[in-house]
Design a protein around this ligand. Structure first.
Ligand SMILES: O=C(O)C(=O)C[C@H](O)C(=O)CO
Ligand SMILES: [Zn+2]
Length: 276
């Protein structure tokens, strides 16, 4: 498990493009037959990728957690960004099609990932945060969350947002999680941009063609930078940073937050004309 320390906004002007990528972009979360995890000191979230290619893989108890099992003091949301697969939690098996979501509550002990078809393995993205109590482990099929239609074709940002884990959906201690899909021909996500000082957020871009990129904007509104993200790469956004991007092709992304509150609409919008 890699550990990513926090970065203060006043460090940003001194960082090179390579420095920015190593602090905020996770390029290789999905490795064949492994569970690869990154511990971020932004609200102590863990981002992990599991790719059961030649057989099932089990979620390890990473020593950095100093826990008996991964979910001893944590909860997690999982979205499958690959082929159809299953997640087995303490003997109960959940089938996850592409873009479906599974919430796992605190206290789960044994978690195993498997693919239905080794030729097209599942790719499970896990976002986990510390939890103070146990909410039930719950599956939500792709598209069955709370749906919001956002943006406009005229500004190239027409998109469908599916909220899965949130205050009025699958309950959790901290995690708010869902998937946004750009409509064909629309490339901009989250523009106008925003920050939310009470929550960090991570974006995992997926369903982006291999030869395409998302130009992801980050940083304080008046000191923005960009990161070029490829398919199935994740960006960590501290609470002081905007998080918005434009693709060279249409794409989807998993957004997931943790922190002080779970109020999706508690965000501070930044007018496009205010960005520098
Ligand atoms: O398309 C969007 O806009 C989003 O999906 C925004 C994210 O959900 C977000 O940043 C929530 O804070
Ligand atoms: Zn946000």
């Amino acid at each position: 498990m890699d550990v990513l320390h926090s970065t203060s906004p006043d460090q940003i002007p001194s960082l090179t493009a390579t420095d920015l990528r190593s602090r905020f972009l996770i390029e290789d979360l999905f490795l064949q037959d492994q569970v690869r995890a990154v511990y971020s000191h932004q609200d102590r979230v863990v981002l992990a990728g599991a790719v059961p290619a030649s057989g099932p893989v089990t979620l390890p108890t990473f020593p950095e957690l100093r826990a008996e099992h991964f979910f001893e003091r944590r909860e997690g949301g999982i979205i499958n960004v690959g082929g159809v697969g299953t997640v087995t939690v303490d003997g109960e098996t959940y089938a996850l099609k592409h873009a479906s979501c599974l919430y796992i509550g605190r206290g789960a002990r044994d978690v195993t990932f498997a693919s239905d078809d080794d030729g097209e393995p599942a790719r499970f993205y896990l976002f986990s945060a510390p939890a103070h109590t146990t909410y039930p482990t719950t599956l939500v099929e792709a598209g069955n969350g709370t749906v919001r239609e956002l943006g406009d074709q005229a500004t190239s940002n027409r998109r469908t947002l599916n909220q899965y884990i949130h205050e009025n959906g699958v309950r959790s201690c901290q995690i708010v999680m869902g998937v946004t899909t750009l409509h064909p021909g629309s490339m901009w996500n989250t523009m106008p941009a925003h920050t939310h000082d009470r929550r960090m957020e991570a974006y995992l871009y997926f369903d982006l063609p291999e030869d395409a990129r998302v130009v992801h904007l980050m940083g304080e509104p008046k000191e923005t930078r960009h990161l070029l993200a490829a398919n199935q790469q994740a960006v960590i956004s501290p609470s002081w940073s905007i998080h918005s991007g434009v693709g060279t092709a249409s794409y989807s992304f998993v957004w997931a937050m943790a922190g002080e509150n779970q109020s999706f609409d508690d965000m501070d919008a930044v007018a496009i004309t205010e960005l520098l």
